[in-house]
Design a protein around this ligand. Sequence first.
Ligand SMILES: [Zn+2]
Length: 269
Amino acid sequence: MSLSVDIEPVPAPRLRRALTACRTGLSGVARLALDIVLPTLCVACREPVHGEGVCAACWAKLSFIAPPFCERLGIPFVYDPGPGILSMEAIADPPAYQRARAAVRFDEVARTLVHGLKYHDRTDLAPTLGRWIARAGAELLADADLVVPVPLHWRRGWARRYNQSGALATVISRQSGVRAAGDVLKRVRPTLQQAGLTRTERARNVQGAFQVASERRAEVGGRRIIVVDDVLTTGATLDACARALLRAGASNVDVLVFARVVDGARNPI
Ligand SMILES: [Zn+2]
């Protein structure tokens, strides 16, 4: 039984992206020449930027999540209650996954980045976002055997060309050395878009929507798995994925996302 890395390939990049990718392989002089012709752009606002990633203005607008936060769900706390204290959500309505971490709060710049990756074919965003996620999830990745993306969301009447969660999982795998498996988890029935649904509707919408195929169960059995997605809103999709992996014999499931919705900072209980 081999554990292959079989994430969906990212589509061929357009000229700028191709040239940007080549840039790293060039000599200093050639790179300088290319920088003059083709300055690197901020991945959020597309203004020229020195180096890679986001410009200083966009960086300042991103809310990176740092401790103190709930050890279980990664929800930021307003003050540090000391080790081991959980959020109300983690106690009142614990998900099937064990721990969740996110790089940033879902706000205006995060939304721009997610929408770019998801709807506008901005595959060039995946390396930056993936690096941020890997950094936020370093503790979880240290314990993990396998990284699994949430299978492509069903979009009625619109076939997207690639899975943004798969692109992020590939980068996280490369950063951490944890193996990625793109097609272990399958979406076995179509679901509605989660946007616009209530919390209860979201949970019902994705209930039983994911499955590990019987021939892939050996890859999952006894493994510590991290499920990767772009955004965590109520966690319903990730909870359904975790349930499917645990049913297939995974020993533990954690969750890593780029951005999570936080309705104001929490007081720990
Ligand atoms: Zn910017």
